[in-house]
Design a protein around this ligand. Sequence first.
Ligand code: C2E
Ligand code: CA
Ligand code: CA
Ligand code: CA
Length: 281
Amino acid sequence: AKREGKNNFQIFDETLALGTEKRLNILTLLRADKSNSQYALYYQPICHIENKRVVGFEALVRFYDDNGCLIFPDEFIPILEETGMIIDVGRWVINECCCQLAQWQADGCFPQDGYIAFNVSAKELLQAGFLQGIKDCCQTHGVNPRHLVMEITESVIIDKPEKVKLILNDVREFGIKLALDDFGTGYSSLSYLQNYPFDILKIDKSFIDDLSENSKDTKITKAIVALASSMDLKVSAEGVETTFAYETIKSLGADIFQGYLVSKPIDASKAEQLLGESSVS
Ligand code: C2E
Ligand code: CA
Ligand code: CA
Ligand code: CA
């Protein structure tokens, strides 16, 4: 058993080393991209539950390496967060969202009450001048903040709950709507729903994946939807991949949804094409 243990340890060690090397490679790539020219925003449609009309998009960042290969955010966002580079990239993301929104609105293809949702990490939110930066972006591009949604996870709140509350209140006051992302994972304190100015609650994909008749997750999802509705929050289901999941969350009372069933995140030109069509099915 001891020898087995040692072997296991070696395997673990090698995997770890490999992981570290990969991280280092990615870090090198990120560092070399001084002007953020290798980032791109992809847009995943968010649809109305009843008619599947596009009500908005979630902006999701990607990085292209020197060979044009796509690197996904789960691989580089943690590195950007640890190094503090997320602040600069986050500014780029928000500016890009405003720029794209302004263009789509000018082209007349964007839904009247439509929005673009962007994701924000704790470090971004807590930096001095965070909101002012967003205000400047809105001003530069002539964007009304009511067409923006800021998504944060519960983990963003946990470290500095009072400070985060003040910032979120200001962001909401400016007119940007707030979504609590990945709800149901991690800390899931219901008091966040009560004490923070959220407009939208996004039920995490892990619940949507495990929906089946009378399953525990179905019951939990049902309870979450009921609770959120009673607090005047819009309920969004993310990671809807199947017609079954769609029908289930629809019957449970979700308001909006996103997922591969309708579309994966797509580049701006494909998103624009989608906007040209009046509804998706
Ligand atoms: P998230 O905010 O929870 O985004 C949802 C993720 O689920 C996206 O992954 C999306 O592509 C994926 N997804 C959507 N629908 C489906 C589905 O039906 N099936 C499956 N299997 N997956 C689906 P993505 O784009 O790889 O982003 C991963 C995470 O990276 C995001 O999770 C978010 O936390 C973070 N992220 C992305 N863009 C940004 C950004 O601009 N700033 C910050 N701070 N974080 C970002
Ligand atoms: Ca999100
Ligand atoms: Ca999410
Ligand atoms: Ca997530």
